[in-house]
Design a protein around this ligand. Structure first.
Ligand code: 4NP
Length: 159
């Protein structure tokens, strides 16, 4: 869980359902930060409440497993008002997610809002495509995107 008084970054990834893209982003950044020896709090949430309490999509679990990471115990949760002051950064997976987050932000917000792909040189302003109605290949593309971003975030926070 994010440390309220901690001085290290705490990152919340937000997509729509919190069962496909943001859990994979969470897994990728946690793994990259651990590998780099950087202290970071990482979590994920959805703008919608469709999958509160649910495990990630089976295809997301399978994709993470292909990269040696077990996300089967993750549980879907919805973005909450307190997240805007609990995290240092709230990073949206796509532009629609970002617009949703911005429209809900309280005036006392302390977290920085942005797009996940803004971290990747050449991919600024880009979205991570929603793989929900796709196939395993789409989930593999999601992994490529979120792992690129995770590496970039680790580099940025290592400075
Ligand atoms: P996610 O994908 O936002 O990457 O978790 C989706 C998951 C569920 C739904 C849509 C997108 N849904 O409509 O239930």
């Amino acid at each position: 869980m994010p440390g309220f008084m901690s001085d290290h970054p705490s990152i919340l990834f937000v997509c729509l359902g919190n069962i496909c893209r943001s859990p994979l982003a969470e897994a990728a950044l946690r793994a990259a930060a651990t590998k780099a020896g950087i202290a970071m709090e990482v979590a994920s949430a959805g703008t919608a409440d469709y999958h509160v309490g649910d495990p990630p999509d089976l295809r997301a679990i399978a994709e993470a497993r292909r990269h040696g990471i077990d996300i089967s115990q993750y549980q879907g949760r919805q973005l909450q008002m307190r997240d805007f002051t609990r995290f240092t950064h709230i990073l949206a997976l796509d532009e629609e997610n970002l617009a949703d987050i911005q429209s809900r932000a309280p005036t006392e917000i302390t977290a920085r809002l942005g797009l996940l792909m803004d971290a990747v040189p050449g991919r600024e302003g880009g979205s991570v495509a929603d793989p929900y109605n796709g196939d395993a290949e789409d989930f593999s593309r999601t992994w490529s995107d979120v792992s690129l971003a995770a590496e970039a975030l680790v580099k940025r926070f290592a400075r």
